[in-house]
Design a binder for this molecule. Structure first.
Ligand code: UDP
Ligand code: 7WV
Length: 459
């Protein structure tokens, strides 16, 4: 039940993420930063997500509600295609979101603003209908979004025809360094439409928020700030990993998979400093069976300790008896407490699919990367990791699109040992310090969140 009296908070913000781990986490974390500034927040999940989450004592100061995305039994895996999912979510979600706003109003908890995921641009119409402040929230990088913006505007025409892609604020990109929906034109048409359509009504949004920090993508932020009221508000890692100002912001609270925390941490505790390779491909990627095998033998032959996250749905692709074979040096788990793992001193590098959250976490915790991009925005993130931020190396695929075991092993060696590894480590520490400064009192993100809150308070 509602305990706070109306008026005891500055404003009430609804926060609507796209129902995927990499979107829910940063938007929930943003809620915590708002709550610490006296704003009431309500996180809106899909019904399916709300039924399937493991809530690790979710910060009780954040309210949670659910609306239907049209697929209450299975979420987007239940839809016959991304197109079908997104069309139904728009129809059912718009209706349910409007009803939720009315319900909260009737309950004496009127809503002042809606922070909605860039993947759900129809939510802006709901905010306009009710006269709310509408702020779009992007969970992908500014560079990636600028590419999609250029596609939307017809400033970058597809299929790509030139050998170099030039986008303001970005380094020149080779086609394969753009997001997969762009350079493999026609792949996942539903998702292509979704990412490009993020810009269909952005000019009408009151604010544009990025889970990012100014210093990380200065050039692109400056360029976008000429078009919209852009505010970088991240990285959204728990405060206790960065500025340490919010005592009860220690973890991510909502997990779609159950982390094997004790198993991972006990195992890491016994390993020497900087000796472990942590491997994870995030919450969604489905790795090709041949690729899984190459990763397995690459890790085995590298002779380093490794902690590898293989989701339960991917386990069947592991070589037979592999887990037992490597038990002296490797631990394989279905899900890890990734932040705790990356913050552990035994970890020496992170082999990642380079999802933007994983990259931001590595940046914030100073962990060097070996990237193995799979699809969507990951290849562009990986380009930045290697060439712009200098905090890791990219594995190269062969003509079949597979990263061979020897390639992976050499990349891991390059990062874990030698002169290049030392420079990468130094850059990682440099970025870690800048990330902390951004969220610290008076830092760029801290100020931007204050400014956002000031916008919510009506005269
Ligand atoms: N994650 C985790 N445990 C794991 C693997 C991933 O907690 O074993 C978290 C990770 O910390 C990150 C998110 O899941 O916050 C993955 O987001 P990302 O954007 O990296 O990839 P996606 O899952 O969207 O592909
Ligand atoms: C969920 C579904 C589709 C995509 C993503 C997440 C993402 O890249 O964040 Br394209």
């Amino acid at each position: 039940m509602e305990t706070k009296e109306k008026g005891s908070y500055k404003a009430h913000v609804l926060v609507l993420p796209f129902p995927a781990q990499g979107h829910i986490t940063p938007m929930l974390q943003f809620c915590k930063r708002l709550v610490s500034r006296g704003v009431k927040t309500t996180l809106v999940n899909s019904i399916y997500v709300s039924k399937s989450i493991h809530v690790d004592d979710l910060n009780s100061s954040i309210n949670v509600e659910a609306i239907s995305d049209g697929f209450d039994e299975g979420g987007w895996a239940q839809a016959e295609s991304p197109e079908a999912y997104l069309t139904k979510f728009c129809a059912v979600g718009s209706r349910d979101l409007a009803n939720l706003v009315k319900k909260l109003d009737d309950a004496g908890r009127p809503v002042d603003a809606l922070v909605y995921d860039g993947f759900l641009p129809w939510a802006l119409d709901v905010s306009k209908e009710f006269g709310l402040v509408g702020a779009v929230f992007f969970t992908q990088s500014c560079a990636v979004n600028n590419i999609y913006y250029h596609v939307h505007k017809g400033l970058l025409s597809l299929p790509l025809s030139d050998s170099t892609v030039s986008i303001p604020g970005l380094p020149p990109l080779e086609p394969w360094e753009t997001p997969s929906f762009v350079y493999i034109y026609g792949s996942y048409p539903g998702f292509y439409h979704m990412v490009v359509n993020q810009f269909s009504n952005i000019d009408k949004a009151d604010l544009v928020l990025f889970n990012n920090f100014y210093e990380l993508e200065k050039e692109t932020v400056d360029w976008m700030a000429k078009l919209w009221r852009v505010k970088t508000i991240g990285p959204t890692l728990p405060s206790m990993y960065l500025d340490k100002r919010l005592e009860d912001d220690r973890g991510y609270d909502i997990n779609l998979f159950k982390p094997k925390s004790a198993m991972c941490m006990n195992w890491l505790n016994e390993k020497p400093r900087g000796s472990v390779v942590y491997v994870s491909f995030g919450s969604m990627a489905e790795i090709d069976a041949e690729q899984m095998e190459e990763v397995a033998w690459g890790l085995k032959e590298s002779m380093f300790y490794f902690l590898w996250v293989v989701r339960a749905s991917e386990e069947a692709k592991l070589p037979e008896k592999f887990t037992d074979d490597v038990s002296e040096r490797g631990l394989i788990v279905t899900w890890s407490p990734q932040l705790e793992v990356l913050a552990h001193e035994s970890v020496g590098c992170f082999v990642t699919h380079s999802g933007f959250n994983s990259v931001l976490e590595a940046i914030s915790l100073g962990v060097p990367l070996v990237t193995m991009a799979q699809w969507t925005d990951q290849g562009t993130n990986a380009k930045y990791v290697e060439d712009v931020w200098g905090m890791g190396v990219r594995t190269r695929q062969d003509e079949k699109g597979i990263v061979r075991r020897r390639v992976l092993e050499l990349c891991i060696r390059e990062v874990m040992e030698g002169q290049k590894g030392k420079e990468i480590k130094e850059n990682a520490i440099k970025w870690k310090n800048l990330a902390k400064e951004a969220v610290d009192e008076g830092g760029s993100s801290d100020k931007n969140i204050d400014e956002f809150v000031a916008e919510l308070i009506r005269p």
